[in-house]
Design a protein around this ligand. Sequence first.
Ligand code: IPD
Length: 267
Amino acid sequence: MKDADPMQMRLLAAEAVAREAGTLARRRFLDASFKVQFKGPQDYLTEVDGETEELISSRLNEAFPQDGFIGEETTGRPPGGGGATWVVDPIDGTSNFARGVSHFCVSIACVAGGKVEVGVIYDPMRDELFSARRGGGARLNGAAIKPSGATALANSTVEIGWNMRSGVERYLDLVRRIALWGAAPFRIGSGALGVAYVAAGRRDGYVEYHINAWDCLAAILLVHEAGGYVSDFLSGEGLTKGNPLIACAPGVKEALISAAAIEGITL
Ligand code: IPD
C-alpha cells in the first residue's frame, strides 16, 4: 500500500480538530457563562480561548508529537526533526465572542520549510469550514472558492484590521487613504474571517498594519490557493513577531497596494 501523504494527513487532522474546537467554542458562546478579562487596552481574553487552545494543542500533539506549536494563548513547542509547526488561534474575533456577537472562528495553519502547507478556518456559528492545502486549491465546505472579479476600488469593500499595536493616527490615515480611493471600509473584528472572505469573494480586500501569524496564516493560504494576491507575510520575523498584511482580489492588487502605501509592501 502507498504511504499516506503526511501533509494530507495534517489537513484532515486540522479539519477535524477545527470542527471539534469550534463546537466547544459555540457551546460556550451560547451558554455565555465564561469570564471576560483584558490582556491590555481593547485586548479581550475569555477563559474559552485557553480551553479551546488546550484542546487543539493536545489533539495535534497526540497525532503529530514531533510537530512544533505556536498558539495565541499558551506556551509553544519547538518543532522536532520533522520541521512542521502548527500556528493556531483558538478563537479569532475574541472581542466579538466576549460581547455576544457571533462572528468568530478557529484558525489552524501548518508551516513547514518556510511555507504555509495547510490552512483551516472553522466558523462554528455558520457551520462554515474553509480549508486549503498548498498546491491543492481552496474550499468552503468542500466547494472550490475564488476571489471577486473586482477591478476598481470604487466598487470594492475592504476590511481594515484594527489593533492597539499599530497606532491610532496611522490607522485613521490608512482608512482615509483607502476611502479616498473609493473603497468602502469595513471592520468586523476577525482578521482570519476577514482574509478568508477575500478568498471566497465576499470582500475585495483586507489590510492591516500589524497582524500576528496565528490570526492570518491559514487565511493567507486560502487567498493564495483561491487565486488572490497576498503580501509576503512570512518575510523577516513574520512567523514569530507578525507583519503588515494586504490580501485582495487580483484585479485590485495595484490600486490597493498604492492606496494602502504600507512600507515594505510594493508592486
Ligand atoms: C484580532 C482580530 C482582529 C485583528 C487583530 C487581531 P483576536 O485577534 O483578528 O480582527 O485586527 O489584529 O489581534 O484578538 O480576536 O484573536
